[in-house]
Design a protein around this ligand. Structure first.
Ligand code: GLC
Length: 580
């Protein structure tokens, strides 16, 4: 008996040991194990207001984009993300929506939209739309109803605080002239909440009616055949509606206090069930919370919430006084390792909320602009994660560097200028700062050619054209085989040809090199070595180059000479992609 018992026990032990062994010898699950179109996508972001004006009112429009579809296709991108094109009074350039089911008058009609979608799809390009549902416009019918009386059925679509309860505890508004996120409304003697401007009241996600209205809106667009949603400021949508007081100084890290509020994951799960799971659409959120764990909780596939989120850690590195390249490398490497086995990342260095990539991370002087811009594009297009690439960066468009406040159009910038004025701030310092970092720098008209208004419009544009448009424009770069534009096209071809650039393992090399960045990408026996110099001087980096390595792309001639070397002297802003 004892013998039998033991042998059963022994067999069980051996079996479980074998099982453990077998599980541990299974190849480690990799972020790229599940191939998906949105992981392989190259997303090109179009800021419609500034891309191309077809009717001469100085504002870009859908017909303008339609007229440039062949250009977009020629870039080799596979998806377009459009900033909001819905009806809006344009307090915040479309991020204040007054009707989620119609097109902004300045941008065109629903017929234009349908034509645009069809034109993109005919060219094999997907369309991702912005969904702005942390807040609406104060001119949306929901808000008009909501503010009309305390008993209106829409009252609960927003956050109200009745004034007889006293003033609610402080909330910081990012865009308000006084930074006060509570606006008193005498009509019903109550305050409403707005994390952004007064014209962008925050929606109340605790209300299931509101949530289902949003899902219906998303289904309306998904039924039209769009391919994805970018959820604007969504990490702020869930709130603790008791509005308890935050500790003093909370506004210095409002993301910590505002992001990932109660029930956010419940809302995302519900949205996934109601919308994402029913269509072949991708989803990406602006903001990834406060930690890698937060980011994973948003995007890990088994949680059935989102596909991707984009964090600001990378894009926030650039400062007017410069930045530390070791820090840059560390941040991107940390994010990559945190997502090496599970989840998926987004890679970007610019968007409509940032000044120009080359002016912030590269060098926009005449001497180095093109080289440094190509180097930065090489970085974005060879990293793991879905690249989001901002329109105009393929030309190396630079900051406009406006000197006068009346050249700026950005509402939060104008409000902050007023705030500085009212509170005795240093206006010279403020003007210096916005010259470097105001998002209007990235919103000047797209530079098509050297004719009036850079070929963007037949009339004065809504915001000034960058004075360098005669030197930097599509027409001129089409003619030059070494231009930023043609270099970018080569990058997109490489990324599409070699899935290892999408899914392959990433390993950083020579972590201590102060000005250059080297990393390997590898999968299925294929290896890539990417070398990038972030400095205007020669940088030596310890990254051995295989003697048989092939140069796939470089922004200088003669990169082959580095084959077989143990370390490489990179020329100013040099970028090389080796394959071996
Ligand atoms: C997001 C958008 C930004 C907008 C803000 C308010 O951050 O990207 O452009 O101003 O939300 O909607």
């Amino acid at each position: 008996m004892t013998v039998i018992k033991n042998s059963v026990l022994q067999r069980a032990i051996i079996l479980s040991a074998a099982l453990t062994l077998c599980l541990s010898c299974q190849p480690k699950r990799n972020a790229g194990d599940e191939h998906k179109w949105w992981k392989e996508a190259i997303v090109y972001q179009i800021y419609p207001r500034s891309f191309k004006d077809s009717d001469g009112d100085g504002v870009g429009d859908l017909k303008g984009i339609i007229s440039k579809l062949d250009y977009i296709q020629s870039l080799g991108v596979t998806a377009v993300w459009l900033n909001p094109i819905y009806s809006s009074p344009n307090d915040d350039n479309g991020y204040d929506i007054s009707d989620y089911r119609s097109i902004m008058k300045e941008f065109g009609t629903m017929q234009d939209f349908d034509e645009l979608l069809k034109g993109l799809h005919e060219r094999g390009i997907k369309l991702v739309m912005d969904v702005v549902v942390n807040h609406s416009s104060d001119e949306h019918e929901w808000f008009k109803q909501s503010r009309s009386s305390r008993t209106n059925p829409y009252r609960n679509y927003y956050h109200w605080w009745n004034a007889e309860r006293g003033k609610p505890s402080s909330r910081y508004s990012l865009f308000d002239v006084n930074h006060d996120a509570w606006k008193y409304d005498s009509l019903t003697n109550a305050y409403y909440l707005h994390y952004f401007s007064r014209k962008q009241p925050d929606l109340n996600w605790e209300n299931p009616k509101l949530r289902h209205e949003v899902y219906d809106i998303m289904k309306f667009w998904a039924d039209k055949g769009i391919d994805g949603f970018r959820l604007d400021a969504f990490q702020f949508a869930a709130k603790d509606t008791t509005f308890k007081a935050f500790p003093e100084g909370y506004e210095k890290n409002f993301i910590k206090y505002y992001a990932m509020g109660p029930h956010l994951h419940d809302y995302l799960k519900e949205m996934n069930e109601e919308v994402f799971s029913k269509y072949d659409v991708m989803s990406v959120a602006e903001g990834a919370g406060n930690s890698f764990q937060d980011a994973h909780d948003l995007v890990d596939a088994d949680r059935k919430e989102l596909n991707m989120a984009y964090a600001f850690d990378g894009v926030d590195i650039a400062k007017p006084e410069g930045y530390n390249v070791i820090h840059f490398k560390t941040v991107f490497t940390r994010w990559d390792s945190a997502f090496a086995d599970k989840g998926w990342l987004s890679i970007f260095l610019a968007n409509h909320d940032q000044a120009r990539m080359v002016s912030r991370f590269g060098n926009d002087s005449v001497q180095w602009r093109a080289l440094s811009s190509k180097m930065l594009s090489t970085f974005i297009m060879t990293m793991r994660g879905t690249p989001y690439y901002y329109n105009g960066d393929e030309l190396g468009m630079t900051n406009a560097g406006f000197d006068k406040i009346d050249q700026y159009r950005d509402m939060p910038t104008l409000n902050e200028y007023q705030h500085q004025k009212d509170t005795g701030g240093d206006l010279n310092k403020f003007m210096q700062r916005i010259k470097f970092e105001c998002r209007d720098n990235g919103r000047t008209p797209f530079q098509w050619d050297s004719t009036a208004n850079a070929g963007f419009s037949s009339n004065a544009p809504w915001i000034g054209v960058n004075s360098n448009y005669k030197e930097i424009n599509v027409a001129q770069q089409e003619k030059d085989s070494t231009s930023c534009l043609n270099y970018f096209r080569k990058l997109t071809q490489l990324r599409k040809k070699y899935p290892v650039l999408v899914y392959g393992k990433y390993t950083q090399m020579d972590k201590i090199c102060r000005h250059a960045y080297a990393f390997r990408r590898e999968a299925d026996g294929q290896k890539f070595l990417v070398l990038l110099n972030f400095a205007s001087t020669v940088s030596q980096i310890n990254a051995p180059v295989h003697p048989d390595a092939q140069v796939l792309l470089s922004n200088y001639p003669g990169a082959e000479d580095n084959k077989g070397k143990l370390s490489v002297n990179l020329r100013p802003y040099e970028a090389i992609i080796f394959k071996y």
